[in-house]
Design a protein around this ligand. Structure first.
Ligand code: NAD
Length: 471
């Protein structure tokens, strides 16, 4: 295997390439690329058996051109400063791309979750949050973390509870973190938001007839085959919504190995089987790979490859063997810069992470807005809309002398609920984001990643200029 540049360096290589499409002063570009601050915390954990262990964590603030900064926290055995910095940079560009008015940040705690009890994990997450509070690295106006690998509503609830306990009386304290359970101020639709955004993004891409013809594919999701890596939050919901819209999962790659079946895999069954403690390898399939050999599953034939687990899985070493026509980057940084060059040369369409997994941060932004406004989306207008729609239907009935069927009446005479509003805001973001990226790419003959990054860089540069940092 060839030596790979560090992850942050990879991101900056992409940024340099995209910046060539623009004409920015070099100093401004250097400021945009630089990571403003990285905090490293270490603290003791008393384990259940009485021994003491030192836990390491990081929080990187890549760019504070807008405040608060935003980015998930991951719990991962491989976490390190380079990875956190690179992921914080991706957050800067991602937020800018989809017009979420936040700077970029990321956090990590270096632990292998499977080796700690629930009580130990709770102590780790709460102490990490305490360390963030001490450094002004968390709060609705400064830094708003969210979920990432290994962090779900339970961990987010510990973070929110610790912050609220330490900042008693702060009126919008619930806006200190997103991805909260609804009872703690979360927004309906956040849990599945990244996967739903992946579906909207892929659906738009496969809906463009000319692009699909160039790839030798029919347009639309119906019948498209998918290989997914990672059955976590992004991989599960992303593939689930693609399947609901007509696609077929033919391959799954996970930690224990990979399975492939050209006739299609019962995706929900495979997910539930794993969730109940089973292994993918127990399931019937035409082909199976065991353990880390499963990575070769990314090379199985399919229309859409959805890497949704970890970074750096498509590299110069395997990119020439990828058979998918579309690589839909659900994970952050799944393709190295060299791997991306090979995919581009081979005419494979890459829907970049920056765009494709931005549904999570988009809905997190909605959650933050809800926390600042202290009102559920739809609360003020839902009933008014429902009765307006009912009045309209009755007026049509009076004019035409005909009556609507009761079921149709009840379906139409409704007002938008919170989840309707959230999903519609998410759909609008992904649909308009895709077409902006595609048009920019077409106008500069650039690939989608460079187009998305160039658009983001311009927006960050504009924000710096607006603040008079570079008059
Ligand atoms: P998760 O912890 O819910 O799921 C990750 C899944 O990947 C797990 O099922 C795990 O077993 C699997 N996995 C881990 N290492 C693997 C390997 N080497 N090979 C195969 N499978 C492996 O995490 P997630 O939240 O779904 O995040 C996945 C990716 O998506 C990460 O890159 C993350 O940064 C990115 N992302 C997540 C969100 C979000 O809202 N959760 C938003 C944007 C981007």
């Amino acid at each position: 295997m060839s030596a790979q540049p560090k992850f942050f360096e990879q991101v900056n290589r992409y940024v340099d390439r995209a910046a060539r499409l623009l004409s920015l002063p070099d100093g401004l570009l250097q400021q945009i690329k630089a990571c403003n601050a990285v905090y490293h915390v270490s603290f003791p954990l008393r384990r259940d058996d009485g021994t003491i262990e030192v836990i390491h964590g990081w929080r990187a603030h890549h760019s504070q051109h807008r405040l608060p900064v935003k980015g998930g926290i991951r719990l991962a055995a491989h976490a390190n400063e380079d990875e956190v910095t690179a992921l914080a940079a991706l957050m800067t560009y991602k937020c800018a791309l989809v017009d979420v008015p936040f700077g970029g940040a990321k956090g990590a705690i270096k632990v292998d979750k499977s080796k700690y009890s629930d009580g130990e994990l709770e102590r780790i997450v709460r102490r990490y949050t305490f360390e963030l509070v001490q450094r002004n690295c968390i709060g609705p106006g400064v830094d708003v973390p969210g979920p990432d690998m290994g962090v779900g509503p339970r961990e987010v609830a510990w973070i929110a509870d610790t912050y609220i306990a330490m900042k008693g009386g702060e009126v919008s304290a619930a806006g200190c973190v997103t991805g909260k359970p609804v009872a703690l101020g979360g927004v309906r639709g956040r849990l599945e938001a990244t996967g739903r955004g992946v579906h909207f993004g892929v659906r738009e891409a496969v809906g463009v007839k000319d692009d699909m013809a160039r790839l030798g594919l029919s347009h639309g999701l119906e019948g498209k085959t998918v290989v997914v890596q990672g059955l976590g939050n992004v991989g599960y919901f992303g593939a689930k919504f693609l399947v609901e819209d007509g696609a077929r999962v033919v391959g799954i790659v996970e930690r224990e190995g990979a399975i492939y079946d050209s006739r299609g895999i019962d995706f929900e069954h495979a997910y539930q089987h794993r969730a109940a403690g089973g292994s993918l390898l127990d399931l019937p399939a035409e082909q199976k790979l065991t353990g880390s050999d499963g990575l070769a599953g990314l090379e199985w034939p399919c229309d859409i490859l959805l890497p949704a687990a970890v970074e750096n899985v498509i590299t110069a070493d395997n990119a020439s063997r990828i058979q998918a026509k579309i690589v839909a980057e659900g994970a952050n940084g799944p393709t190295t810069a060299d791997g991306g060059d090979v995919l581009n040369e081979r005419g494979i369409m890459v829907l970049p992470d920056l765009f494709l997994n931005s549904g999570g941060v988009t809905v997190s932004y909605f959650e933050w807005l809800k926390n600042l406004s202290h009102v559920r989306f739809g609360r003020m207008e839902q009933r008014f809309e429902a009765s307006s729609n009912a009045r309209l239907l009755r007026a049509v009935e009076e004019l035409t002398g005909a009556s609507f069927n009761q079921r149709v009446f009840e379906q139409v005479a409704v007002g938008a609920s919170e989840v309707d509003i959230v999903n519609s805001g998410l759909e609008e973001t992904m649909v308009s984001g895709f077409h902006q990226m595609r048009e920019f790419a077409a106008s500069r003959q650039a690939d989608f990643r460079s187009a998305a990054l160039a658009t983001s860089i311009l927006k960050v540069a504009t924000a710096y200029n607006e603040r008079g940092v570079f008059p």
